[in-house]
Design a protein around this ligand. Structure first.
Ligand SMILES: Nc1ncnc2c1ncn2[C@@H]1O[C@H](COP(=O)(O)OP(=O)(O)OP(=O)(O)O)[C@@H](O)[C@H]1O
Ligand SMILES: [Mg+2]
Length: 253
C-alpha cells in the first residue's frame, strides 16, 4: 500500500449528502400518505449507493428530496456544507445546476434535439460554454461518439439512457442521482448501464445514488440500502447479488 493509499484508508471519508429525521407527507387529513417516516442517511463522497425496495416504499420521494427537487415535511437534507432548507428556490436551482445531475427512468430527452444538443442543454441553460475536449471524452465514455448527431427517436433505449447520463455529467456534478435508470431497459442493456454508472464514479468521482430493482446492482454498488414503508430497514456493503435477492425477498414479505 502506498503512503497515499494508506492515508485514504485511514481518513474518514467526507460526506457528500446526508439526511436527518427526514419525513415527507403527501396530502392531509384522512387521505394523507407518509411516504418517508424518518430517514437518517450519510453517503460518503465518491461512492455508488444503490437504493432498493418495494413499489411505493418511498424511493423516488427520497431521491427528489436529496436532489432538492422537492421539500421535506420535516427533517433536513445537507449537500456538502449546505443545508437545503436554508436556500430560496432560486438558490436551490443554482445549487442543483452546479452540483447535482439527475437521470430519470424514461430518459426525458428533448425529441427535437440531437444527442449532442441534449447533452449540452444544461450548459446552454446556464449560459456556460462547453469544453470541446470534455464533451468528446464524455461521448467516448458513454460509447456514443458515433451517435452524436442522432435524434432520440433514432437511438435505442440504452443509447438514449447513455445520452441522459452524459447530460447529467456534463456539468461535472458532485452528486449524480438516478431513479430507476435501468427500469425501462432489457436485462443486457440494463447491465451495460449499471456498469457505466460504476465506471463514471471511478473515472470522475461524483457520488452516485441510484434506485434500481436489478439485483446485479449489488455487483457494481459500494453499498445497497433497502427501504420499506418509508424507512431504511437494512444495508449491505460490498454485497453479492444472492445476498441482495435474499433481503429483497424478506422485505417484500
Ligand atoms: N405526489 C404525490 N401525492 C400523493 N401521494 C404520493 C405522491 N407521490 C408519491 N406518493 C405516495 O407516496 C408513497 C411513496 O411513493 P414513491 O413514489 O416514493 O415510491 P417508490 O418507492 O418510488 O415506488 P416505485 O418503485 O413504484 O417507483 C406511495 O404510497 C405513493 O403513492
Ligand atoms: Mg419510484
Amino acid at each position: 500500500m502506498s503512503a497515499t493509499e494508506q492515508a485514504n484508508a485511514e481518513a474518514p471519508s467526507a460526506i457528500a449528502v446526508s439526511a436527518r429525521a427526514l419525513t415527507r407527507r403527501y396530502g392531509a387529513g384522512d387521505t394523507a400518505v407518509d411516504a418517508l417516516r424518518g430517514v437518517d442517511l450519510d453517503i460518503a463522497e465518491h461512492k455508488l449507493v444503490a437504493i432498493m425496495g418495494p413499489s411505493g416504499s418511498g424511493k423516488s420521494t427520497l431521491m427528489h428530496l436529496l436532489a432538492g427537487l422537492d421539500r421535506p415535511t420535516s427533517g433536513t437534507v445537507t449537500v456538502g456544507d449546505t443545508e437545503l432548507s436554508t436556500l430560496s428556490d432560486s438558490q436551490l436551482t443554482l445549487l442543483r445546476r452546479s452540483h447535482i445531475g439527475f437521470v430519470f427512468q424514461f430518459f426525458n430527452l428533448l425529441p427535437m434535439l440531437n444527442a449532442e444538443e441534449n447533452v449540452l442543454l444544461p450548459l446552454s441553460i446556464a449560459g456556460d460554454k462547453p469544453d470541446a475536449g470534455w464533451v468528446d471524452e464524455l461521448f467516448d465514455r458513454v460509447g456514443l461518439s458515433q451517435r452524436r448527431h442522432h435524434r432520440p427517436s433514432e437511438l435505442s433505449g440504452g443509447e438514449q439512457q447513455r445520452v441522459a447520463i452524459a447530460r447529467a455529467l456534463i456539468s461535472r456534478p458532485t452528486m449524480l442521482l438516478a431513479d430507476e435508470p435501468t427500469g425501462n431497459l432489457d436485462s443486457a442493456t440494463s447491465g451495460g448501464i449499471l456498469a457505466l454508472m460504476r465506471d463514471s464514479v471511478d473515472a470522475y468521482g461524483q457520488t452516485t445514488v441510484m434506485v434500481t430493482h436489478d439485483p446485479r446492482a449489488a455487483a457494481v454498488a459500494h453499498r445497497v440500502l433497502f427501504i420499506a414503508d418509508g424507512l431504511i430497514v437494512k444495508e449491505l456493503i460490498d454485497a453479492s447479488a444472492a445476498q441482495v435477492l435474499a433481503v429483497m425477498g424478506d422485505i417484500s414479505g
